[in-house]
Design a protein around this ligand. Structure first.
Ligand code: PLP
Length: 236
């Protein structure tokens, strides 16, 4: 464990306080904002410290890591897949995760449908939108999102609950405010269409660098890793 249990608990409390204050600033109920700690590359022991503090849901990026951690923690936590997901790996997580935030193609949604049927389950998903149109990022463009939502809505075992984005890397969260606002507006437009099997109540946006701004702009899930768990080492 890189951080001590005390440090982890302190970090969590600090982030929770900032979440609360950002919600207050925006005139929102803090209960409408879910803090999703992102535990990728971090050990199960760190997750347990947070579980003792009342956290029951975690974001993870890698299928293999979910499978390994699931061996230990099983369904005692709610797993959220937030990383890019290859179609051929859906089968490994379909019976483990509560939500897939990172649906970035229709083909992936169709694969989730297929595996959900096979496992006799349903899956809540978000559409990942590359809202800043960055060349390096996964996700639907804002222009593709409407048509994609209609198509995903046709899949009976896949329930589209909203949108997710990762805003550009920045030192100044204010520069991302317009992207968070744009994602909220896009969700509003899609929601107005009342597609079958589609709701747009969930906005997964904001990370360590910008979660307070994201909350001010309507985030219902903020995905925070570094501010809670400390820096990640990808070379272990
Ligand atoms: C790693 C990751 C996060 C958390 O990032 P931090 O900057 O450590 O808070 C959030 N969302 C996604 C999609 C990620 O991959």
């Amino acid at each position: 464990m890189e951080l001590t249990a005390e440090e982890l608990a302190e970090n969590l409390a600090l982030v929770q306080e900032k979440v609360k204050q950002a919600a207050e600033r925006a005139g929102r109920d803090e209960k409408d904002v879910m803090l999703l700690p992102v535990s990728k590359t971090k050990p199960v022991e760190d997750m347990r410290v947070l579980m003792e503090k009342g956290i029951h849901a975690f974001g993870e990026n890698y299928v293999q890591e979910i499978r390994e951690k699931y061996e230990t923690l099983g369904d005692s936590v709610e797993w959220h897949m937030i990383g890019h997901l290859q179609r051929n790996k859906v089968k490994y997580i379909i019976d483990k995760v509560a939500m897939i935030h990172s649906v970035d193609t229709i083909e992936l949604a169709e694969q989730i449908e297929k595996e959900a049927v096979k496992h006799g389950t349903q899956m809540d998903v978000l559409m990942e939108v590359n809202i800043a149109a960055e060349e390096t990022k996964w996700g639907f463009t804002a222009d593709e999102a409407m048509t994609a939502a209609a198509k995903i809505g046709e899949l009976p075992h896949v329930h589209l609950k909203g949108l997710m984005t990762s805003a550009p890397i920045t030192e100044d969260p204010e520069t991302n405010r317009k992207y968070f606002a744009a994602l909220r507006e896009l969700a509003g437009k899609i929601g107005d269409q009342h597609f079958d099997n589609v709701s747009m109540d969930t906005l997964s946006m904001g990370m360590t660098q910008d979660y307070e701004t994201a909350i001010e702009e309507g985030a219902t899930i903020v995905r925070v890793g570094t501010a809670i768990f400390g820096k990640r080492d990808y070379h272990q």
